[in-house]
Ligand binder design. Sequence first.
Ligand code: UVW
Length: 342
Amino acid sequence: MKRWLKRPEGSNWGDFGEDDQVGRLNFITPERRLEAVQEVRSGLVFPLSLPLNLPKAGMWPPRKGQPPRLQWTSGPDATLYDAFGAPGLKGAIDLGNDDCAALNLQYSTQWDSLAHIGALFDADGDGVPEKRYYNGYRSEQDLHGTEGAAGVRVLGIENMATTCVQGRGVLVNLFKAFGRKKTRVDYELLMSVLDAQRAVVEPGDILCLYTGYGDAVMDMDSDPATMKGIESSFSALDGNDARLLQWITDSGIAAICADNGAVEAKPEGVADGSAHCEPGATFLPLHHHCIFKLGMHLGELWYFRELAVWLEAAGRSRFLLTAPPLRLPGAVGCPPMPVATV
Ligand code: UVW
């Protein structure tokens, strides 16, 4: 069903079908997946997730939400801790544990679904902007309903999960290029790093940006104050660079993931409320371009250190990436357990 008369300039709404909910993941075809499998030559695997209790609580700027909180599941007459609860099984010798977690889905390593970022946009052409999401999905009518209950009815993470998110990852080692120096990576800089590292990106690839930020999070000791200064270090994409955004469109990449907090550099002062945004502008232009206009999922706070070391020693940048999120209906974001196979 068509939901819009006008689509945003530079968007692909409708190109994958009026009801599409997976966007550029459509570019990962069986043929692309077979090419990705060709990257498996040694059989080694690398986990690309942080432990989900990182970053530590109390870091600055604060993460949204809290680290995961675990508790034992309640059974029929006890918590399921060294126990089985069913009355008929009382004489059995078995021990069992079951637990549950309160998990902030965008706290640590995560995928953002296409429900994460929308915009005010006049898609019905009546001169008044409405709340819209990728492919013209509307806030009240389509995503949220009127009840305001948590969970989205369209564009949720379960759509991503059913594609299985398996394809060719291409690692760009921004940490090697820029180290801990705070750097806004625009089109020119990204192209120079791709050239220097002979990293070739093709349609259907998942672009993986190793900035070193994830290493700092991994190395956080018990005092989060040691993270002071992290926000004025490391590199991030420059979402204000129109050439970079156009390259993302033209490259055919299926998704972008990074080991930093937002893939793109956020404006100064977001955390302490002093940031300024012109009326009618977007404060996260790369999110707006990728998620809202192109239906491209973003991965944040991934972890690439050992993979990057191995790839560099092998003179490679490509690998098989398998990174489905949980098939959790209605969730806006979700941790995957991404695996690189080389
Ligand atoms: C926002 O902060 C809005 O988004 P993200 O967590 O994707 O950077």
